[in-house]
Write a protein that binds this ligand. Structure first.
Ligand code: GRF
Length: 194
C-alpha cells in the first residue's frame, strides 16, 4: 500500500496551444486523491486556445504569452513559474519550441506527448505522413524534453493499429484516446525517478 503520510503533490504547469483534450485528462488525473500532481498553472501560446476553458472551469491560474519575442516571453514566464513554485512542466499540444536556456532551467522536469511512435515521425502532420507511408502501426509517446525536437528520452509509448480505411482524422482520434491514458501513467512513472 502507498504510504500517504507526508505525501505532497508536485506543483505542475501544463502548456497548451489548442483544444486541450490532454489538459482535460491531466486535470482529471490531478484531482484523484492519490495523484502525484497538482495543476497550479496553465500556459497558452494562443489567446483563443479552446483548452483555456478548462482553466476557467477548474479555477486554475492561466496566462497567455504570444512568444513572438521568445526570450522576453520566456523571461516573464520563468518568473511566473517561480511564483507558482512549479516543479514539473507538461507540454500538451504546445506549438512553441522552447529555448535551450529555458529547457536547461527545468532540466529533466519537462515532459511532452507526441502523436507518433518516436523516433519515427517527429514534427508536424504525423498522421498524414503515417497514412501516406502505409504504416501498419502508429501510436503516441511521452518523453522528456531536451534541446532537440521530439528527441528526449522516451518514458512510455502506446501502439495502435492503422486500419486500411484510416484517414488522418480517424487516426488522430484513435491516438488521442490512448494519449489520454498514457500521459498520466507516464507522469507517475517519471516522478518516481525525478
Ligand atoms: C496531441 O495529439 C498531442 O500529442 C500533440 O498535439 C495534440 C494536442 O491535442 N502534441 P490536445 O490539445 O491535447 O487535444
Amino acid at each position: 500500500m502507498v504510504k500517504l503520510i507526508g505525501f505532497k503533490k508536485v506543483n505542475t504547469a501544463v502548456f497548451i496551444s489548442g483544444a486541450g483534450s490532454n489538459l482535460r485528462s491531466l486535470i482529471k488525473f490531478s484531482l484523484l486523491k492519490k495523484s502525484p500532481i497538482k495543476i497550479n498553472f496553465i500556459v497558452s501560446s494562443k489567446i483563443k486556445a479552446k483548452g483555456l476553458e478548462y482553466a476557467k472551469l477548474h479555477k486554475i491560474k492561466k496566462k497567455t504569452y504570444n512568444f513572438k519575442n521568445i526570450s522576453f516571453s520566456e523571461k516573464v514566464l520563468l518568473k511566473e513559474l517561480e511564483i507558482s513554485k512549479i516543479n514539473l512542466i507538461c507540454l500538451a499540444g504546445f506549438m512553441i519550441i522552447l529555448s535551450k536556456n529555458f529547457i536547461k532551467k527545468f532540466n529533466g522536469k519537462i515532459l511532452n506527448i507526441h502523436p507518433s511512435l518516436l523516433p519515427k515521425y517527429k514534427g508536424l502532420n504525423t498522421h498524414e505522413r503515417v497514412i501516406n507511408n502505409r504504416e501498419k502501426f502508429s501510436g503516441c509517446t511521452v518523453h522528456y524534453v531536451n534541446s532537440q525536437l521530439d528527441a528526449g528520452k522516451i518514458i512510455m509509448q502506446k501502439k495502435v493499429k492503422v486500419s486500411k480505411k484510416e484517414n488522418p482524422q480517424s487516426l488522430k482520434e484513435k491516438i488521442l484516446k490512448q494519449e489520454h491514458q498514457i500521459y498520466p501513467k507516464a507522469i507517475s512513472k517519471a516522478l518516481t525517478s525525478l
